[in-house]
Design a protein around this ligand. Structure first.
Ligand SMILES: [Zn+2]
Length: 342
């Protein structure tokens, strides 16, 4: 695994991770995200449907607990985890915990992982001294990259987390990727990128899907003026609407609705024959309307989750593409302003 940085501007890193995978011929762009999976499967999607999503990350995330559960079957199967879960060509990143589920206690060692690149975990809670000690000690070890752990919103305030992050990443070698767990919201992602973080988990679009919502935020930082006017009108209307709905909670694993999404369960979408996002090239937006998704949701059709997941993943991966484009053209400030405004 080798990191090539092509540009570093005000702490934001743009580049490629090369020599990934067993054969060493995979690459991954940074800033980027991993493909979120539940026990090795992209939520709601078959392998075939997953391939229809544009901008799919090269690396999928699965949890150690799900691997451990099938440890014996995998040992017997002998053809590797990737093939077993139907993603033979995907790179796999194995995390200790599922970011959406509560953490189980205790760690498990597993022979399946012995040939893998080890990512060093940086701990230390909200104590600066401990964080720095952890960063310095981990940097001395033969690790392929670093995982910034414990920065989730419910463990510390964003302000404390960001302050710690800047100091921690300053201690890490430039030439290894930094992954953060528990941060996936678009506005928080941008703040972490400014503090030298390269890789993120993509559980946010899954949470959005689970509450019957669609990502609609704009990440087009260089739009043409006519379209902007149209989009702004749309956004204002949706913001007004959001005030009434932001307290909606659906299932346990989801959190409060954010300003980056719309709730398709609401009656106002019953006769809305627009796609989820105008101009979106995903399968859902090309073939279906908001009204149809609303209908699927209120009748509890499983297809709602499939279509929303396809759109939400594609929208989210498009956001990361846009971040890299903005970094390349020195316009990250414009993108950030646009995201924070929403
Ligand atoms: Zn779409």
């Amino acid at each position: 695994m080798k990191l090539n940085l092509t540009k570093v501007t005000n702490g934001c890193r743009l580049g490629k991770i090369k020599n990934l995978g067993r054969t060493g011929d995979h690459t991954m762009d940074i800033p980027g995200c991993l493909l979120y999976t539940r026990t090795g499967a992209a939520p709601h999607l078959t392998h075939h449907t997953l391939r229809n999503i544009h901008g799919l990350p090269a690396m999928a995330q699965l949890t150690l607990s799900s691997l451990a559960e099938h440890h014996e079957a995998l040992a017997e199967y002998k053809e590797g985890v990737g093939k077993f879960i139907g993603m033979p060509e995907s790179l796999l990143y194995c995390s200790l915990h599922d970011p959406v589920s509560p953490c189980p206690a205790g760690y498990i060692t597993n022979k399946v992982l012995q040939k893998s690149v080890i990512i060093g975990v940086i701990e230390g809670g909200d104590v600066m001294e401990e964080r720095l000690r952890s960063a310095r000690e981990t940097a001395k070890r033969p690790v392929g990259g670093f995982l910034l752990d414990g920065f989730q919103g419910n463990l510390m305030t964003l302000e404390t987390g960001l302050h710690l992050l800047s100091s921690v990443t300053a201690e890490l070698p430039e030439d290894k990727p930094r992954l953060i767990c528990g941060v996936s919201r678009p506005d928080e992602v941008l703040k972490c990128i400014e503090r030298g973080v390269d890789l993120f988990e993509s559980f946010f679009p899954y949470q959005v899907t689970e509450r019957g919502c669609a990502l609609t935020f704009s990440f087009d930082f260089q739009p043409n003026p006519e379209e902007t006017l149209l989009q702004q009108n749309g956004t204002e209307e949706e913001i007004k609407y959001l005030d009434q709905t932001k307290k909606i909670k659906t299932t346990d694993c989801t959190q409060e609705m954010t300003s980056f999404e719309i709730n398709l369960k609401e009656k106002k979408y019953q006769e809305d024959f627009d796609p989820l996002v105008r101009g979106c090239s995903c399968y859902c937006c090309k073939n279906h309307t908001r009204a149809y998704i609303h209908h699927l949701l209120v009748t509890n059709e499983l297809l709602a989750g499939v279509l929303l997941m396809m759109h939400n993943f594609e929208h989210y991966f498009g956001f990361f593409h846009s971040i890299r484009e903005a970094l390349r053209s020195d316009r990250l400030a414009q993108l950030k302003e646009l995201i924070l405004r929403q």
